[in-house]
Design a protein around this ligand. Structure first.
Ligand SMILES: Cc1ncc(COP(=O)(O)O)c(C=O)c1O
Length: 399
């Protein structure tokens, strides 16, 4: 960890808003920084696609720059992109969306930031699956809200039990956070789960905030249940997504938030006070992604599926790791035996074998004995990593 990270995150210097203390030292940064100082590291830690951005998307972005598309767009986003997204979602989800239901943001990250911080407040409780993407809980807590975690387990494919979610709702519950497919588990929730949760939430007047950045990375022709296809209206839902994972555009920073027209009007104002607008030329790249040849998506899904299958086999051959079959995204989150400290294991694996993984406690409280493996890397790298991991695990005594 660099000195800078330490000072920023650990300091209780009164100059900082104490709310910043809710932001943990990012486990991913810690590992990746350490790996950067080592040689011959194999990364199973990467949270972004390894394929290059489709050339027609790059070309459209370059063309936009050359055409002088370098100013601000309107605050809700580039009108052409709003139209393209409305059309695309209407086609895909069977739900008629208008451009007024959409706000273009700087990646899904800004959409999540706006959604959570706009509704989190002291006394409000948020139901969050555990493990989950590390942004949610700190953003809720920063604004005084409380997090009620619902643990999920490797032995159950990290599926969320809808009845457990319903039982966790009380008078303070303000929203439920969903992320299917999930980072870090790759779990895809079946339609019954999403429908049951969304319908109960609507009935009780609770928001469902659904992070759907991996909505295209679904394997084995599984049905994908977007919250948009499970709600009767948009009054109690906010859906966030982006181009980052589907079209390998993570650094181009274009995402969006879908909600009722009233919610979008309110969030537009907040967005203007946060980032003003998303990157203009890259929004043109996004239009090309939606309107152009989408074979890229099918090809990457086929590639990830092969890697997923190989990773599942290798985890199965590894002592002490309990695997399962993740059905989406590009992550697997196998468990070590109960009580084993995943953080120590991840650090020792990196130091002693040069394989970089991410410890489970980066993603919540209930999976301290887990490791996140990313398969956004070649099959060769995955196999080389396990040529190191398996003999190392064979030497451990976790009993
Ligand atoms: C679950 C999840 N949501 C959101 C994001 C952020 O996406 P974006 O690059 O669009 O900000 C990520 C990135 O890793 C993610 O895993």
């Amino acid at each position: 960890m660099s000195r800078l990270d330490f000072d920023f995150y650990e300091s209780e210097d009164p100059v900082w808003n104490p709310a910043l203390l809710t932001i943990p030292v990012p486990g991913i940064r810690k590992m990746v920084n350490m790996a950067a100082s080592m040689e011959d590291v194999i990364h199973l830690s990467i949270g972004q696609p390894d394929a290059p951005t489709p050339p027609h998307v790059v070309q459209a972005t370059v063309d936009a720059l050359n055409a002088g598309q370098t100013g601000y767009t309107m605050d809700a986003g580039l009108p052409e992109l709003l139209d393209a997204l409305a059309e695309y979602y209407s086609e895909r989800g069977g739900r008629a969306l208008t451009p007024e239901n959409i706000l273009i943001t700087s990646g899904a990250t800004e959409a999540i930031y706006l959604a959570l911080t706009a509704v989190s407040a002291p006394g409000r409780e948020f139901i969050v699956p555990d493990p989950s993407f590390m942004l949610y809980a700190p953003l809720i807590r920063m604004n005084g809200g409380e997090v009620k975690y619902i643990p999920t387990r490797a032995e159950n494919n990290h599926q969320l039990d809808p009845q457990e979610v319903i039982d966790a709702i009380d008078t303070n519950t303000h929203a439920i956070i969903l992320n299917s497919p999930s980072n870090p588990t790759g779990t895809v929730y079946p339609r019954e789960t999403v429908e049951t949760i969304v319908q109960e939430a609507a009935y009780r007047g609770i928001y469902v905030i659904s992070d759907e950045v991996y909505d295209h990375l679904i394997y084995d022709d599984r049905d994908y249940a977007s919250v948009l296809s499970c709600c009767s209206d948009l009054d109690h839902v906010m859906v966030t997504s982006s181009f980052s994972k589907t079209f390998s555009m993570a650094g181009m920073r274009v995402g969006w938030l879908i909600a009722s027209q009233g919610a979008i009007r309110k969030l537009r104002r907040y967005h203007m006070f946060t980032t003003t607008v998303a990157n203009t030329p890259c929004q043109w790249g996004g239009v090309a992604a939606l309107k152009g040849d989408r074979r890229f998506v099918a090809d990457t899904v086929a590639t990830y599926r092969k890697r997923r299958n190989r990773l599942v086999e290798l985890v199965d051959e590894t002592p002490f790791l309990e695997g399962y079959v993740p059905e989406g995204a590009f992550y697997m989150f196998p468990a070590l035996p109960e009580g084993v400290n995943g953080n120590n294991v991840a650090l020792r694996l990196l130091r002693e074998t040069g394989v970089c993984t991410i410890a489970g406690d980066t993603f919540g409280e209930s999976s301290r004995n887990a490791l996140r493996f990313s398969y956004a890397t070649s099959i060769e790298n995955i196999e080389r990593a396990f040529e190191r991991i398996i003999p190392w695990m064979e030497k451990q005594d976790f009993g």
